[in-house]
Design a protein around this ligand. Structure first.
Ligand code: SF4
Ligand code: SF4
Length: 293
């Protein structure tokens, strides 16, 4: 089974648009939205949720008021400023609590209870492009790396179960823990960027990451015609870092129009649909070549 991940150095570079089009072109892939901090693949593919599972991660402290003697000892022990006192009553702000358990350990009355923390949910859905695993992280909830791993693992399991041989992953932006969780061991990583100074800088950081994990990497430049010279420079630099330039996508208002209609670009007559189809074909060609090596 192949796992192809699309990532970018920062959000808003067209990662999800490309993934949605790929999903339709593949006609037979399981989709995974691993951008759990800001998921938006569902806006294009309008999934029909079939199964929903709670996502629990870490712990949070709760003061049981009936036992608390309001001694105030915990207030000074919390290094995260999560405990507050108002009118002699001590309460814990769940969004600041890091679940370290210090307050529970040192409350002599045993008034602090540590409870598992509900951090969000992950879902299995059907879409017009195929089955999809996606998630929603709760407000102020952390550990998105763990949720990314869950989504990816479930997508893989679903692909095995439903006999799909391809998983297409919309990865998170950046180079942090969630990105690492989405790319490690992938068959191919496609990095999408724009021809700007920050786009170039972000791309180099991401490429160092894919290089570190020895992952086959490909680069696409979105809105290449904004700055052709920089596009060329980006492609050259990407090649020197071991990545393969896969193609360019022109600047196209049709992309926004497609998003507004909840359509993938290739479902419309937007000119850039041709660019995306070419990129998909190039990718297939490269993967075939890899297979015969
Ligand atoms: S240390 Fe325990 S008893 Fe004292 S205020 Fe905190 S929770 Fe209440
Ligand atoms: S568990 Fe740690 S972070 Fe949370 S309130 Fe207690 S001391 Fe503060």
């Amino acid at each position: 089974m192949k796992e192809i991940v699309i990532i970018s150095g920062k959000g808003g570079t067209g990662k999800t648009s490309l993934l949605a089009s790929f999903a339709l072109l593949a006609s037979g892939a399981v989709l995974a939205d691993c951008d759990v901090d800001a998921p938006d693949l569902h806006l294009i593919l309008t999934p029909d949720v079939k199964k929903r599972h709670d996502f629990w991660s870490g712990q949070e402290a709760i003061i049981r008021q009936e036992i608390c003697t309001m001694c105030g000892a915990c207030l000074n022990l919390c290094r995260f400023g999560a405990i507050h006192e108002k009118d002699g009553v001590y309460k814990i702000d769940p969004t600041s609590c890091e679940g370290c358990g210090v307050c529970a350990r040192f409350c002599s009355k045993g008034a602090v209870e540590m409870k598992d923390r509900l951090c969000g949910a992950w879902m299995i859905s059907t879409t017009r492009a195929g089955p999809m695993v996606h998630a929603k992280l709760g407000i102020a909830a952390e550990n998105s790396g763990k949720l990314v791993s869950t989504v990816r693992q479930e997508a893989r399991r679903l692909a095995e179960e439903t006999k799909h041989n391809l998983v297409l992953i919309d990865g998170p932006p950046g180079i942090g823990c969630p990105v690492i969780a989405s790319i490690t061991g992938a068959s191919a990583v496609i990095i999408i960027t724009e021809p700007s100074l920050s786009g170039e800088h972000d791309l180099m950081r991401v490429l160092k990451l894919t290089q570190h994990f020895k992952l086959p990497s490909f680069v696409c430049v979105n809105k290449w015609d904004i700055d052709e010279d920089r596009t060329e420079q980006i492609e050259k630099q990407a090649s020197t870092l071991g990545a393969t330039p896969l193609g360019r996508i022109r600047y196209d208002n049709g992309v926004t129009k497609a998003q507004k209609q909840a359509k993938a670009v290739i479902e419309t007559d937007a000119p850039s649909a041709t660019d995306i189809k070419n990129i998909w074909n190039n990718l297939q060609h490269h993967l075939e070549k890899e297979k015969t090596k």
